[in-house]
Design a protein around this ligand. Structure first.
Ligand code: UN1
Length: 512
């Protein structure tokens, strides 16, 4: 059980030759171009920093502004394109992405670091979203309503917003663009897309696939940049009608304050500090798999990661013994190796952040049961490898309990009663996802009612979501409309209510 996920079905291939280095470009108005910023940015393999995946010249505010102008010019034609036709372009992109799944997964592992089976799983998840939203083109519907008046047709249609900006993180470089860009396109918006600067190659592939699927020029524009100057244009330009952001609370706060000040739509999906409760009656082998996947899958770098483990005191010792035995078996290394169960963290900044939290935990008095160190044996010294880490005796006052670490660090708390499990679960500012392992359905249902989280799993890990149901969190985990499912289309469109009076004469009374 030391493999966090099942074995990958994709071919193992490591490309290190510099001749494979990709020349990455921004894409504006259907043209691939270099940014005019003063920096050249490399996308580095976090498992082996000797390998550069690609290089791009950073965009400046000039390209960001230009991309918005092009998107604005392209809007009237795209808006007038029937929604089913827009949906079919997304369906065509899905067809291409399915054929290229293995190759895209390999690129993701090399660029982001997650193990190949997780990368393949992420491509699959993104593709499910393309499938769902491709079909939404046929369901871009309004409603009819009975009017208070006779011979008065009262109905709504949904209309696109206009130019929207989409800002995405590095940890899900395929699935998150799918879940934001597909609904924005199908709803008839034109887009400026800014991916994280350390996963540009995946973003370029995403755009190329839509280009090949027949998306008209200027509808989707890609700005490869770094830092706040490009980002600020993509939040503050007066021509934008909405901003959709996934990332840290720190940056998200600025995004929703700025967008909110201008009264435009905004959705920010931000941090999590997700609890997993293992109750005294839990199916222990099942709970072990769930905790391992939740805490150490994607190297803990997901907002849905299990970062707090709440153990019923009666099974706590037994569970921790078994958990530690499994954690010690996790093979850390290059995710292209099918034997590896956990890849590197994404970059040096993340590496230092996680190590710093390990020190904070120790200083605060949490008991380090395992891990907490860099791994530097052999070739691993060339990557950002950390041991999977478990802290016991964590209390709600500690920073390792309260703050999102975004790495492979699990904090363990023991609980005695159901009320305590709920209170401890809810004692953080986040509320993204949660899980409980129990064989008592009544308890599972009570937990799902009382936990402050946008998503609850009973007997499955905190991670993951499905295209057809809303994704997002309560409290400081999110602002604005939930994502995925119908909600994605609702966010990227607005209703127009039409009052069609066909009496053909002056009315005696009027309810309006
Ligand atoms: C998942 O758990 O499958 O940034 C997706 C994140 C989330 C995506 C999680 N927006 O980690």
């Amino acid at each position: 059980m030391n493999k966090i996920l099942t074995k990958p079905k994709v071919k193992n291939e490591i490309i290190t030759s510099p001749s494979h280095m990709l020349d990455l470009k921004s894409y504006i108005g259907g043209h691939w171009l270099d940014g005019s910023g003063d920096r050249e940015i490399s996308s580095i393999n976090p498992a082996d920093t000797r390998e550069t995946i690609g290089v791009f010249k950073s965009a400046s505010q000039k390209e960001a502004t230009q991309a918005i102008a092009v998107a604005e010019q392209s809007f009237p034609t795209w808006r007038a394109t029937p929604a089913p036709v827009r949906g079919r372009i997304v369906q065509k992109a899905l067809e291409i992405a399915r054929k290229r799944k293995a190759e895209l997964a390999r690129l993701m592992t090399r660029e982001e670091g997650k193990i190949l089976s997780e990368a393949a799983g992420e491509i699959e998840k993104g593709n499910n979203l393309l499938e769902w939203y491709g079909g939404e083109g046929l369901r871009f519907m309004g409603q009819t309503a009975p009017s208070e008046l006779p011979r008065n047709l009262l109905y709504t249609v949904r209309q696109p917003l206009g130019v929207v900006s989409i800002i995405t993180p590095w940890n899900f470089p395929w699935a998150i663009p799918c879940w934001k860009i597909a609904p924005a396109l199908v709803a008839g918006n034109t887009i400026v897309f800014k991916p994280a600067s350390n996963t540009p190659a995946m973003a370029v592939e995403f755009v190329k696939i839509l280009e090949e699927a027949g998306l008209p020029q200027g509808v989707l524009n890609l700005v490869l940049g770094s830092g706040s100057s490009v980002g600020s244009v993509l939040v503050e330009d007066a021509r934008l009608r909405a901003v959709s952001f996934t990332g840290s609370n720190e940056i998200g706060k600025g995004v929703y304050q700025n967008a909110g000040r201008r009264g435009i739509k905004v959705t920010c999906e931000m941090g999590g500090k997700n609890p997993c409760v293992v109750w005294e009656d839990a199916d222990i082998p099942l709970a072990l798999i769930g905790v391992l996947k939740g805490a150490f899958g994607s190297t803990g770098q997901r907002c849905t990661a299990t970062s707090r483990l709440l153990l019923h005191e009666k099974i706590a010792e037994e569970f921790l013994d078994k958990l530690l035995a499994e954690v010690k078996k996790i093979k850390v290394g290059n995710g292209l190796d099918p034997e590896v169960g956990m890849g590197p963290v994404v970059d040096s900044k993340q590496f230092e952040t996680v190590l710093n939290y390990v020190e904070i935990g120790k200083r605060e008095g949490a008991k380090l049961l395992f891990g907490g160190k860099k791994i530097t044996q052999g070739d691993l010294k060339h990557g950002y490898f950390l041991e999977p880490t478990v802290f016991d005796q964590v209390t709600p006052k500690m920073r390792v309990f309260q703050e999102e670490i975004f790495g492979p660090v699990l904090s363990v708390v023991r609980v005695k009663s159901f009320e305590e499990a709920v209170n401890v679960s809810n004692a953080v500012r986040f509320g993204l996802t949660s899980a409980i392992y129990t064989q008592d359905l009544t308890l599972g249902m009570r937990y799902s009612e009382e936990v402050q989280a946008g998503m609850v799993h009973v007997n499955s890990p905190t991670i993951g979501g499905e295209a057809q149901v809303p994704f997002g969190g309560m409290k400081e985990s999110g602002v604005g409309e939930r994502e995925m499912a119908k909600e994605g289309i609702l966010f990227f469109s607005e209703p127009k209510t039409v009052f069609l009076d066909y009496t053909g004469q002056k009315r005696q009374s009027n309810v309006y």
